[in-house]
Structure formats: structure tokens, C-alpha cells
Design a protein around this ligand. Structure first.
Ligand code: ZN
Ligand code: ZN
Length: 657
């Protein structure tokens, strides 16, 4: 392959081997072998050299010091490249670790990955970090950044690296080296050399030097466990974030402040929506108001899906391992499922997804092309055996339910079915006031099936996206190994993105479960399965909605539509009759019968974010009216009870926000 380019360049000695690098614009240049990608960037332009953070060589992300030894395609990574931010944040995590080990000698380092929001690093330290520690650590980080110290990559013989970290009292690093570099003779370590030298085992890459890290902030600490498992070594995690500019950092910090106020765990408690108990980790107790919200969404989804040709089914929760063996989950996913032993000693597992149950249901009858598409919807509980350390509010739970469905279609129905689905997704997010963005994931590096089938499926998905008039991005090679997919990010009221809906084509499960239909030719054909969800998990979606609306749900979703507030005890009977009329009309109404001042009752209802407060006193009782106060907009004046009911029902029907 790599035929050496002739040593044609006048600048180089003729004996120096030459290689050809191809750049993203398709141009190529001949350079001496061994040239680092950083020096290549400098040859291309001084501006590019200044902006360069790393490079992608033949598809692999590498440091700028990486030497080019053979013909290669090279792309220089700058802050505009998609790889840049995670790399930058991970590099900031190293800076954090260097600062921590400088200030807390003997601190043991765990892992320090970039996250969607920033980065964290886990440490073993004798006592938890306090806020003053974070300030001192951040100061040290700024000092190390100002010194512009290089991230130097060193290759160490594997055994030597293990011995080094063992000697230094860092058994966790030894474990990491063992896990991540099995079969390698050498492993990479990175140093940041200051007065003390910080050395960390890491596969890299990183920004070239600490001076490149301009805008970062440490945010919080938490308890953590090695590998997120409570049975392992307890650790202290420091969270931080980093951006390319101070302006972006400040905007993010403002968003975090707002997010804190909207935190669904805080609002869930204040609004009486849900609770947890240590005896059921990761499983939600929905209090009456939360259950109302949940059921409203569940019924809403049924109301959307039924006219769209879906039927609702309920399949078992507990299955014999034979099912999981057939689906392949027993070998790949068993540790994420709760396993149970039946009374006959049979091995069983609680379902973590509905798909295999739906396949058994589909396969239970002979299906004709005339029956297709068949759309099975199910909302029964699912369980995933998440590590206790990662459980968090409603977003990481062990028990949840999905607005899950599987559409069984003939191959030539894919495009139309997906188009219908896209319109459905648009309608649901429209009703909730969420904007969204579609992402098409195409054939990954490792895939099952024929390329022609994939191409056909991908072109049908693209055509469907275009017919539905949706803007979308293409995430190359991001499909599942069993078929291409469309994922959706919703953007909430404070600009955060959440991945919720997904549409996934599956050619593999129909093979495993032998799912077929009889075609017009009277022969059996393989059916195609579309896995799809719009909310995703109800639990997580409700968390997103709580934060999106900051707990002030639109009327149709509000657990309580109206609270009747009697001014004095003598108005209680009238108040109760108003509440009962509202309830009879289908409105969720309550009565504040406490002996409190009316101002206090209004304030309380306001804090509970009840959309309407109906004040009743002498005048109202006399005239058979209510004095309406809206959560937003204050005093709305007097209204007859009928008129209020009609207006509220209309607002619910319109799903006004
Ligand atoms: Zn690293
Ligand atoms: Zn599925």
C-alpha cells in the first residue's frame, strides 16, 4: 500500500523517507516520515497551528505530537471540530487531578472522563472535599494553566507502568491498566510537569498544553464509588465544566442556576409528586398528584396512538431464560436484568424491555400482508438492574415504563410507516411545547445483514424525513448493529437537549424469532420490526417535563386544575359544593378547608403552582359565583361556576400552555 513518495522536495535530504498525507479538502502533500501532526499543522498555516488541539489520523483521534510514519489522511482538530469539546474537557479533568494531587499528597486518582455537561474526576481522599477545597483546587488549576505546561505522552512497558502505580499506592490505576490494555506491551502515560510531576495512565489524547484551557469552573462534589458500585472503594467526585470561551462558560453557569431551581427532585418533593424509599432503590412511589400526572400522560399517549392504528397489549413481566436466550439478551445483557428463580428451579428474568414479549405475541398467529402494519403498544413496568451509585431522581431508575410500541411491517411499508411516526412525534412534542431535532443514524462499522438491505432502509428513512418536512442531521455510523435509526433530541425551556424519542429499524429480531407474514404471492416473507418510543421512559420524560415547565404544568397536565379557597369557615359548605360541581364536570379540584387567612391560602396554592384559585366569600356564596385567580395573571374577576367550568374544559381540550 504505502508506496513511499519520491523524495522530490528540495528542502529535504534525498535519503529521508517521504510520505503522502491527504487533507480534508482532498489535497495532499508530501512530508518527511516522522513529522508530527502539530508540525504538519504549522506547515499548512500558522493560524491552524495556533488553533490546533489534536488531530484525526486515518480516523483515529491523536495528540498533536503524534508522528506520521506512513501515508495517511489527516484532519486537524480545532475548537470547531465535533471531537474538540470532549477532548478539551477531559484535558481539564487531568488539570484537576494534577491540582488535587499537588494539594493533597497521597490522593489516589480514579477516572476523569468528559461528560455531556463538563467533566468529573474521582479521588480516594481521607476526608470529603469541602467548598474551600474546591476554591483552592481551582486556584491551583489556574496556576497550572497559566504556566502552559505540556501534556507529555510517554510510552511505558505495561508491567513497568503497573509496578510504578502499585508502588505509588494507586491500585485503582493498576486495575485500569489491566483492564484497558490487555494484550498490549506498552501503555501510554501522560505527565504534567510542574514542581511535582503529575503522571496519569490514560489512552489520551489531550490538548497540547495546559495553557489551552481558558474557561473552566469546578462545580460540586459528591460521594462516588469505584466503577459506580457501592460495594467498591468509596471515592469523592469533583464535577466541573469547561468551555472554549468565558462567554459560553458564563451562559452555561446561568443555565445551571436556572436548572437548579427547576430540579425535578426538588420540585417533586415540594409539589408532592413522588418520593423514594431506601428499601426500593430506583423505584418511584408516585403520590396522588404524581400518579395523576403520570396517568394523564399515559392516557394522552393512548389517545394519540389508538386513532393511529395501535392496539394496546399487556405481556408478562417475568420470562423464562429461554426467551432471553432467543433474543440474545441472556448472553449480552443478563447482568442488567433482575434474575429470579421459579418454584421448579427454572431460571427466569424480569423484563427490561417489551420487544421479545411482543415478538412471541406476533408469532402466535399466521399473519397476512393484509394485516400489516401491526402496531403493538405497551406501558407495563420494566426493570433494569442499574448500579445503586448511578441512580438519580426520575432520570436513572431501576423500575420504569415506556410508551413503547413495535410496528411490524413489510419491507415496502417502512417509508410510509416511518413518515407516520415522524408526524406522530411532531404532534406529541407540539402538544407539550417542546422543540425537537431529528438525527438519522446510519450503518455502523459492525453491522448484521446485507449492505443492500441497509441502503434500502436508509434511503426510505431519508425520504420519510423529507416528506415529513423535518430538518435532520445525519450521524454517520450511529445506527444500531441491527438496523438504522432516527433519534430525537428535544430542547426544553432553558435550552437543554434531551434525547427522548427513537425509531429503530430491526432486521435481526425477526430472524431470531422467525417472524413472518404471508405475502400476496402466498409465500412466507420476513417481517421488519420498528421499535419506537416517543416519550421514552415515562419516569425520565416526566422529569424533563417538570423541569421544562418548572412545575407549572399547563392546565391539561396539572395534577390539580383548581383549588377552591373559602375566605372563612362559614363559606366552607359553599366551597365544598363548588369543588363537587367541578369534579362532577371532570375537573381535578380541591378545597383548602384550613383555618388560615385567605392571603396565606392564595400564596400556598401559588407555591403549589395550581393553575386556578377560586376564592369564595359572602358575595360569591350569595351570587353562586367564584372569584377567579390565575396562577399567571392574577385576578380574573368573578365568574359563574358554569362559565368557569366551560372555560377550563375548553382550555384543557386545546392543551393551552
Ligand atoms: Zn487523559
Ligand atoms: Zn423494542
Amino acid at each position: 500500500m504505502a508506496s513511499r513518495a519520491p523524495a522530490g522536495s528540495q528542502d529535504e535530504l534525498p535519503s529521508m523517507p517521504q510520505i503522502t498525507v491527504t487533507l480534508p479538502d482532498g489535497s495532499s502533500r508530501t512530508v518527511p516520515a516522522g513529522l508530527s501532526v502539530g508540525d504538519l499543522a504549522a506547515q499548512i498555516s500558522p493560524g491552524l497551528a495556533r488553533a490546533a488541539l489534536a488531530a484525526v489520523v486515518n480516523g483515529r483521534l491523536v495528540d498533536l505530537t503524534y508522528p506520521l510514519t506512513e501515508d495517511a489522511s489527516v484532519r486537524i482538530v480545532t475548537d470547531r471540530s465535533p471531537e474538540a469539546l470532549p477532548l478539551y474537557r477531559h484535558s481539564t479533568a487531568h488539570l484537576l487531578a494534577a491540582a488535587v494531587t499537588a494539594l493533597f499528597p497521597g490522593a489516589q486518582c480514579g477516572i476523569g472522563p468528559a461528560t455531556d455537561e463538563g467533566f468529573f474526576y474521582d479521588f480516594v481522599v481521607p476526608r470529603p472535599f469541602v467548598p474551600e477545597d474546591l476554591e483552592a483546587i481551582e486556584r491551583k488549576m489556574r496556576e497550572l494553566a497559566a504556566a502552559d505546561l505540556p501534556y507529555e505522552r510517554q510510552m511505558w512497558p505495561r508491567e513497568e507502568a503497573k509496578a510504578f502505580f502499585a508502588r505509588r499506592g494507586e491500585p485503582l490505576k493498576v486495575e485500569l491498566i489491566e483492564e484497558k490494555t490487555a494484550g498490549q506491551r506498552e501503555v501510554s502515560c501522560y505527565t504534567i510537569k510542574d514542581k511535582d510531576t503529575f503522571i496519569d495512565f490514560c489512552v489520551g489524547p489531550h490538548v497540547p498544553s495546559t495553557g489551552r484551557l481558558k474557561a473552566f469552573k469546578l462545580l460540586s462534589t459528591s460521594n462516588a464509588y469505584w466503577k459506580g458500585d457501592a460495594r467498591n472503594q468509596p471515592m469523592q467526585r469533583i464535577y466541573g465544566t469547561a468551555f472554549f470561551s468565558e462567554q459560553e462558560l458564563q451562559a452555561h453557569l446561568a443555565q445551571l442556576e436556572e436548572a437548579k431551581k427547576r430540579d425535578h427532585r426538588k420540585l417533586g418533593r415540594e409539589l408532592g409528586l413522588f418520593m423514594f424509599h431506601p428499601w426500593a432503590p430506583g423505584a418511584v412511589f408516585w403520590l396522588d398528584k404524581g400518579a395523576t400526572l403520570y396517568n394523564t400522560l399515559a392516557d394522552y399517549m393512548r389517545g394519540v396512538l389508538f386513532p393511529a392504528g395501535y392496539v394496546e397489549v399487556k405481556t408478562p413481566i417475568l420470562f423464562n431464560k429461554a426467551l432471553w436466550e432467543t433474543s440474545g439478551h441472556w448472553s449480552h445483557y443478563r447482568q442488567h436484568m433482575f434474575q429470579v428463580q421459579g418454584s421448579e428451579g427454572e431460571e427466569m428474568a424480569i423484563k427490561a424491555m417489551n420487544c421479545p414479549g411482543h415478538f412471541l405475541l406476533y408469532a402466535s398467529e399466521v399473519r397476512s400482508y393484509r394485516d400489516l402494519p401491526i402496531r403493538l403498544h405497551e406501558q407495563t413496568p420494566l426493570h433494569r438492574n442499574e448500579l445503586a451509585g448511578v441512580l438519580s431522581g426520575l432520570t436513572r431508575v431501576r423500575q420504569f415504563a415506556q410508551d413503547d410500541a413495535h410496528c411490524f411491517v413489510a419491507p415496502d411499508q417502512i417509508g410510509e410507516e416511518v413518515e407516520r411516526l415522524l408526524r406522530l412525534v411532531g404532534r406529541v412534542y407540539g402538544d407539550l411545547g417542546l422543540s425537537f431535532q431529528a438525527k438519522l443514524g446510519t450503518r455502523p462499522e459492525e453491522f448484521l445483514g446485507e449492505i443492500a438491505t441497509w441502503d434500502h432502509a436508509e434511503s426510505q428513512l431519508k425520504a420519510a424525513l423529507e416528506r415529513a418536512g423535518l430538518d435532520y442531521t445525519v450521524n454517520e455510523k450511529d445506527g444500531a448493529f441491527y438496523g438504522p435509526k432516527i433519534d430525537f433530541d428535544v430542547t426544553d425551556a432553558i435550552g437543554r437537549k434531551w434525547q427522548c424519542a427513537t425509531i429503530q429499524l430491526d432486521y435481526q429480531m425477526p430472524e431470531r424469532f422467525d417472524l413472518k407474514y404471508v405475502g400476496p404471492d402466498n409465500r412466507e416473507h420476513r417481517v421488519v420490526v420498528i421499535h419506537r418510543a416517543i416519550f421514552g421512559s415515562f419516569e425520565r420524560f416526566i422529569a424533563i417535563l417538570i423541569e421544562h415547565y418548572a412545575g407549572a404544568f399547563p392546565l391539561w397536565l396539572a395534577p390539580l386544575h383548581a383549588m377552591v379557597l373559602p375566605i372563612a369557615d362559614r363559606h366552607l359548605a359553599y366551597g365544598a359544593s363548588v369543588r363537587d360541581r367541578l369534579r362532577a364536570a371532570g375537573l381535578r379540584a380541591g378545597l383548602d378547608a384550613r383555618q388560615e387567612k385567605i392571603g396565606y391560602k392564595i400564596r400556598e396554592a401559588q407555591l403549589q403552582k395550581v393553575p386556578y384559585m377560586l376564592v369564595v366569600g359572602d358575595r360569591e356564596a350569595e351570587a353562586g359565583t367564584v372569584a377567579v385567580r390565575a396562577r399567571s395573571g392574577g385576578d380574573q374577576g368573578a365568574s359563574s361556576v358554569e362559565a368557569f367550568i366551560a372555560k377550563a374544559l375548553d382550555e384543557i381540550h386545546r392543551k393551552g400552555t
